[in-house]
Design a protein around this ligand. Structure first.
Ligand SMILES: [Zn+2]
Length: 379
């Protein structure tokens, strides 16, 4: 990295500009990286310090992600987007006597490769499969790694179609045309907050455009019909259960290890983040119901969220409070007759959640409010 702290006579403003330009010009994930850099990973919670399942020292820490033992044959890959963009989402793997099972395709093939390499430092067991917990790009753009290595790729039956519909049209597309509508929203914004929200959306979509164009899209080849769940997978002395719940993407799967009270939630849990709600199949009431079910799991349940640090039930309590707060503020505005288009920009982040990253306004808070309005209006 270039050290920008060495003064060259330019003021802080110019330095900031050149730094931004540098990032955009040198990384193919420029805009995405700029967003990701603002999302540091908190330390492991003190409450998990005496949890005998959780190893206090990671097996490996690459900055962009670390891998930690969280149970008997259970490992969590936890990303720190502020330190790199190889993985971005969390994942993990399960290792039994007879087989291993991996979670997530991550945002890049290098991310999936990193996790597989880590598994191989611990076990040579054949890999039964890898699971995309849902179709979103930060969990699936590295899928090609599994294809190249003959690893069967599991996902919700609708995931392959959603990947094709959402990401392949961006490949080779005209960038100006793809981003034009988002740039227009920045230009046409009627207030400072609307402009800031539109800019955060433009940054996110620019990142998505760049990632889609830098990736070889590869599709899951083991579609799982949600109607046939729960499904138990036996890895030899270690059993896991795949379940599906509504909420984040319409393709969400979780992996539970009931004997050890460990759950890999995918993006049904964002720990210490504002939840990403933009998906056309996201359902706020459905998601809140799902979280209520998670809250009823054993009090010692250990959760590996899709983003953020490993947590216990306090992580579920916290995201439920975030949803409650969004719903409360939205309901007040709804009752006061504030139209949805306006209400989605008026939410005020309370002090309590001021350190919670907002990936982009129009991917998190904005659509949570418009979807709640739609539910209340019976749409
Ligand atoms: Zn997601």
């Amino acid at each position: 990295m270039v050290d920008f702290s060495n003064g060259d006579g330019a003021g802080p403003r110019a330095q900031q500009f050149s730094r931004r330009k540098f990032i955009a010009g040198t990384s193919c994930f420029g805009a995405f990286y700029a967003v990701a850099q603002t999302i540091p990973l908190p330390m492991l919670a003190e409450t998990l310090a005496d949890d005998s399942r959780v190893s206090q020292t990671p097996i490996v820490d690459k900055g962009f992600a670390s891998v930690r033992k969280i149970g008997n044959g259970l490992y969590a890959t936890i990303s720190d987007p502020s330190k790199g963009n190889t993985t971005i989402c969390n994942g993990g793997f399960l290792v039994g006597k007879d087989a291993a099972f991996l979670l997530e395709g991550f945002i890049s093939a290098a991310g999936a490769s990193f996790q597989m390499d880590t598994l191989r430092t611990l076990s040579q067991a054949p890999v039964k499969g890898a699971l995309d917990t849902h179709y979103h790009f930060d969990h699936s753009m590295g899928n090609a790694f599994y294809g190249a290595n003959g690893v069967q790729l599991w996902a919700h039956a609708a995931a392959a179609k959603r990947i094709v519909e959402n990401y392949t049209p961006l490949q080779g597309a005209d960038k100006a045309a793809a981003l034009g509508p988002f740039e227009k929203r920045v230009k046409d914004a009627k207030s400072d907050s609307e402009r800031a929200h539109a800019q955060s959306d433009l940054n996110a979509v620019t990142g998505l455009f760049q990632v889609a164009n830098a990736s070889v899209v590869a599709l899951p080849n083991r579609p799982i019909d949600p109607a046939k769940l729960p499904m138990t997978i036996d890895l030899g002395g270690l059993s896991a259960v795949i379940e599906s719940y509504p909420g984040h993407s319409g393709t969400d799967m979780v992996v539970r290890v009931p004997e050890q009270n460990v759950v890999y939630t995918g993006d049904l849990l964002f720990n210490g983040w504002y939840p990403v709600c933009f998906d056309e199949k996201a359902t706020i009431s459905g998601w809140r119901e799902t979280l209520k079910k998670f809250a009823a799991f054993d009090k010692d349940t250990l959760f590996v969220p899709g983003h953020g640090q490993i947590c216990g039930q306090e992580g579920i309590t916290s995201i439920r409070e975030v949803f409650d707060d969004i719903a409360e503020q939205a309901e007040k505005m709804h009752k006061a007759g504030v139209p949805a288009e306006e209400a989605q920009h008026r939410y005020v982040v309370p002090d309590k959640f001021k350190n919670f990253p907002i990936f982009a306004w129009g991917f998190t808070i904005g659509p949570a409010i418009t979807k709640l309005y739609a539910e209340w209006q019976g749409k």
